[in-house]
Design a binder for this molecule. Structure first.
Ligand code: UD1
Ligand code: CA
Length: 457
């Protein structure tokens, strides 16, 4: 196969976003737009991938890391000028060059492949990816000649009234014969409404030199949306959200209300998982079969086992086993590891804790910096007192221990295997295995005391 290059345009500031964040770094479904573009380039077997950076260059480089080479465009004089920055690196190479914008996050590898195929099969020197949309405003219009061939692309701001009526648009994605591309770029002028060097002008330049121009029209206009402002950003989010939800449903996941379910692209979900309405599932989360994520839960970067039920809870950066029952209203904070058949009930907060198989923390507790063994029962209202204002300390509760309600376990402290802590105790010394520990003041009943007090009223 011939050399295949890709140039990703990502140097613009994105003024229309009105943001401190550079445009191509705005996330769509939690992932920066330019990263989505890069994800889709991965399967294409490209000889070299070059990203043109300018505004926020360091951040873009950090984001894409070793997935691309980077070329700095110091001044942003337009898309043609951006591509020209790659000239010193590849202008004399033979091959095909794909140019794609960093702000078209919904493009898929399949469409890019189809564009390459179309370009090669039609023996064109330039092939533009186009689509037809009902509201083309803002986009460059594809102007065809009387034979129906692409003659040129006219930017919205430069278009005549007739041209504005055209609803076939330039998606900003093209394949070019590499050498002819860099030749033509030298001929692009900035004599236009925006005073910029427009990459689409290369099409007309090649056409006038009698080179063959092709257009690959994609049927799905959703895929080609260019995100220039927050309105388009929200449209892109919605489209990608639906795309992700469709994929999971086709794989056997039940999503009760896909319009109100937000699942980020990296999430892995097995068949026969049920996702109830209002869930937000993010990061590198993975959910095994038979699990139910109940309504309005938020799960971020968690591994969740089989047949587990999570109800209206928040879980972050944690591992949760099989047949676990969580919530409603539990908060599983980072670095928590929950074993199998564990129960974490309502209003329980767990942080950086291991809770081993079959243990229960059923109500109103704080478990932080703790190691809890198997078959432990932590009574309602128990607190691991882990922080002295400077340092955090570990609470250990060994297998089969029973912690009565409202106990304070002042760390560092160990409750031995099978030990019993009486309700209301404040424990600041280790409790040996099988011991009963009571640390509360003795109850005193004063007979008829209330009546005596009432006499003085
Ligand atoms: C561009 C096309 C338009 C097309 C639309 C599709 C031009 C002149 N117009 O318009 O025909 O319909 O995309 O979405 O190309 N960039 C640089 N350096 C620059 C200027 C831009 O790297 O000097 C980058 C931007 O960061 C962006 C991309 O190029 O990722 C496209 O630029 P943008 O300003 O968004 O172009 P549009 O006005 O959307
Ligand atoms: Ca754009």
């Amino acid at each position: 196969m011939e050399n295949r290059y890709a140039i990703v345009l990502a140097a613009g500031q994105g003024t229309r976003m009105k943001s401190k964040i550079y445009k191509v770094l705005h996330p769509v479904m939690g992932r920066p737009m330019v990263q989505h573009v890069m994800d889709q380039l991965q399967p294409l077997n490209l000889t070299r991938v070059m990203t043109i950076v300018g505004y926020g260059a360091e951040h873009v480089k950090e984001q894409l890391d070793d997935l691309s080479e980077f070329i700095l465009q110091e001044e942003q004089l337009g898309t043609a000028h951006a591509v020209e920055q790659a000239a010193p690196f590849i202008e004399n190479e033979q091959g095909v060059t794909l140019v794609v914008c960093g702000d078209t996050p919904l493009l898929t590898a399949e469409t890019l492949n189809a564009l390459f195929d179309h370009h090669v099969q039609s023996e064109a020197k330039a092939t533009v990816l186009t689509t037809t949309i009902t509201d083309p405003s803002g986009y460059g219009r594809v102007i065809r000649d009387s034979d129906g061939n692409v003659a040129k692309i006219v930017e919205h701001k430069d278009a005549t009234e007739d041209q504005l009526l055209v609803n076939e648009i330039n998606t900003g994605t093209y394949c070019f014969d590499n050498e002819l591309l860099f030749d033509s770029l030298k001929k692009v002028s900035n004599d236009n409404a925006q005073g910029e060097y427009y990459l689409p002008d290369v099409i007309e330049i090649l056409k006038q030199a009698d080179e063959k121009i092709a257009a690959h029209k994609t049927k799905d206009p959703d895929e080609t949306i260019g995100v220039n402002d927050r309105v388009a950003l929200s449209k892109a989010e919605k489209i990608m959200k639906n795309r992700i939800n469709m994929k999971h449903m086709k794989n056997g996941v039940s999503i009760v209300d896909p319009d109100y379910t937000y699942i980020e692209p990296q999430v892995v979900i097995d068949p026969d998982v049920v996702i109830e309405p209002g869930c937000v599932i993010k990061g590198e989360t993975s959910i095994r079969t038979g699990t139910v994520i109940g309504a309005h839960s938020e799960v971020n970067n968690c591994l969740i086992g089989e047949n587990t039920i999570i109800k209206q809870s928040v879980a972050t950066d944690s591992e949760i086993g099989n047949h676990v029952n969580i919530g409603p209203f539990a908060h599983i904070r980072p670095q928590t590891a929950i074993g199998d058949e564990v129960k974490i009930g309502n209003f329980v907060e767990v942080k950086k804790a291991q809770i081993d198989d079959k243990s229960k923390v059923s109500h109103l507790s704080y478990i932080g910096d703790a190691e809890i063994g198997k078959d432990v029962n932590v009574g309602c209202g128990t607190i691991t007192v882990n922080y002295d204002g400077k340092n955090k300390y570990l609470t250990k509760i060994e297998d089969n221990a029973f912690i009565g309600c409202n106990a304070n376990l002042i760390a560092p402290v160990t409750i031995g295997e099978g030990a019993l802590v009486a309700a209301g105790s404040t424990i600041n010394k280790d409790v040996p295995a099988d011991a009963l520990s009571i640390a509360r003041s003795k109850q005193v009943n004063k007979e008829a005391y209330v009546k005596r007090l009432n006499k003085f009223k």
